[in-house]
Ligand binder design. Sequence first.
Ligand code: PGA
Length: 256
Amino acid sequence: MPKKKIIIANWKMNLIEAETVLLVKELIKELGDSPEKVDVVLCPSFIPLDEVSKLLEGTNIKLGAQDIFWETRGTYTGEISPRMLQEWNCEYVIVGHSERRQNFKETDEMVNKKVIAAVENDLIPIICVGETKAERKAGKKKSVVKKQLLAALKNVKLDRAKEIIIAYEPVWVIGTGKPVKPEDAEEMHVMVRGLLDKLYTPALRDKYFRIIYGGSVDSKSASDFFKQELIDGSLVGGASLLVNEFVGIVKAAANY
Ligand code: PGA
């Protein structure tokens, strides 16, 4: 049975609060307040979370954050704790995005701590994994993603989780406007699914996980990805900043 698709907007560090509010209002108008056939999640930067949470009240659009710290409180200057995300009514949180792994040297161990913190605090982690161009050229795409996934899921108590989203994002296509071929993404999804089946069981994988693709998806390419049986949705960066593009992606997902 194909799963309900989930489309997640990652606005990264692109919008100030006023711009975020405008975009959210437009999306609510365009998507209606209840995208029934598709789960839609918006991930603004931290500052507008409170404001966006109020705007989304009474709609079916969900709120997510772009990162989380693993401790609930303490002397961690500049960090954002799971409690703060809960206070802002976040239900989802992106963890281990390649931009954090590359620019801020987040390690697999740090990603794992964040996944555990999310799960233990009733947040749904969106775990990003993916290979670089050099790793792909060296024939290591599967081993890299496997290593990232095994590390991210270490000691995660599935029975504590509401859900876990795995986002396969080949690092070298993010932000380029050129996604990988949908069959190429599907091949990686087959691998991820197989790994989850081995780690848990097919039944638990089916109960707790959705596996999505991210990397230069836009309204034109979206259908080709969602047609693939194992692609449960998308994590969208650039195209999610444009109302028509993002709405087009959500509508494409609603057809599958
Ligand atoms: P992109 O970003 O859609 O702009 O490639 C995807 C992501 O970084 O999650």
